[in-house]
Write a protein that binds this ligand. Structure first.
Ligand code: NDP
Length: 317
């Protein structure tokens, strides 16, 4: 068993920024960074699945997602953060010090920062891993700019899909929404937004069966589920917007979550319902989901954590 003042679970921009700040506050954070073989719990988080990142301040020429994460990790190591490349299997947050297990290995911590992130739901096609970041995207805010003047498609019929499609019409010449039923799940106000946008074409009762292209997307094979007719849509961009899932299974029953499983934090802070447990990044943010907002909230978590530990020292808890 080894004890740490701060254990950080997850190593996307939130976890690594928390690690940099906690390390610089002399807290010697121990980061359990995830499992390389996994696509949901991989060290570095969702940016490991992207290519060019052009919206992270400080990189005017852009930077590849994986390289950005390597640099953040190096920065954390430089100030004394240590890393375990494993996935947490269970936690006990019911008493302090908190308990964290990686299979049979037991760790304890005075404070825990949860930055386990979220994952975009995907279609489950084999071609997805090959084309993600090469025409296939899960984030219009991040990648819309790359599709200036292109014809693209968005999969999904919820609020996210309409929001992404509307945003993408700023860049694309035409946005086809591929909806698997004959109605949108999106709220009425969002539906009206989709229907009134002349650049959005909604194709009903349609699913994506395959994606074409070896190293960049060249088209989507779509099927009408009522007629069975298959056609190829010649798009260079396809945005999957069928929902997200926060990685919070570990915390069910201990940390408070909303109805979709996102951790609840106290307004304007990273405090969860358990004193000494802080949350940052996409695991508690279903609104912005950006590397820079995750990094910002990681900084908040480390500062909240440091101040809380300091107050313990002074006997405030
Ligand atoms: P939702 O679960 O609301 O919608 C998912 C959509 O994707 C549905 O249309 C669903 O179809 C479709 N879908 C699911 N799986 C597949 C698949 N394998 N193939 C094709 N289509 C599929 O997720 P959202 O991310 O849109 O929204 C999540 C929550 O966030 C909601 O509560 C939403 O209201 C909220 N939100 C609000 C926004 C706003 O108000 N501005 C913006 C974005 C999100 P089906 O309907 O058939 O199940």
């Amino acid at each position: 068993m080894s004890h740490h003042r701060v254990v950080i679970i997850g190593s996307g921009p939130a976890g690594l920024t928390a690690a940099i700040y906690a390390a610089r506050a002399n807290l010697l954070p121990f980061v359990i960074e995830g499992e390389p073989s996994s696509t949901s719990d991989q060290p570095g988080g969702q940016l490991m699945l992207t290519t060019d990142v052009e919206n992270f301040p400080g990189f005017p020429e852009g930077i590849m997602g994986p390289e950005l994460m390597v640099r953040m990790r190096e920065q954390a190591v430089r100030f004394g953060a240590t890393f375990l490349t494993e996935k947490v299997t269970s936690v006990d947050l019911s008493s302090r010090p908190f308990g964290i297990w990686v299979r049979n290995e037991h760790y304890t911590a005075d404070a825990v920062i949860v930055s386990t992130g979220a994952q975009s739901l995907m279609l489950g096609l084999e071609a997805e891993s090959r084309l993600l970041g090469h025409g296939l995207s899960t984030c219009a805010t991040c990648d819309g700019f790359f599709f200036r003047g292109h014809e693209i498609a968005v999969v999904g019929g919820g609020d996210s899909a309409v929001e992404e499609a509307s945003f993408l019409t700023k860049f694309a010449t035409k946005v086809t929404m591929l909806v698997r039923r004959d109605e949108l799940r999106a709220s009425k106000i969002m539906q009206a937004r989709a229907f009134s946008n002349p650049k959005i074409d909604i194709v009903w009762n349609t699913v994506v069966d395959d994606l074409l292209g070896d190293d960049k997307l060249e088209g989507a094979v779509v099927r009408n589920v009522q007629t069975g007719t298959t056609t190829t849509l010649p798009v260079t961009g396809l945005f999957v917007a069928i929902g997200h899932r926060p990685n919070t299974d570990l915390f069910k029953g201990s940390l408070e979550m909303d109805e979709n499983g996102y951790l609840l934090t106290q307004e304007g802070s990273s405090y969860t319902n358990i004193e000494g447990v802080f949350a940052c990044g996409d695991v508690q943010d279903h609104t912005y989901r950006q590397a820079i907002t995750a990094a910002g909230s990681g900084c908040m978590a480390a500062i909240d954590c440091e101040r809380w530990l300091e107050s313990l020292h002074h006997g405030a808890h």
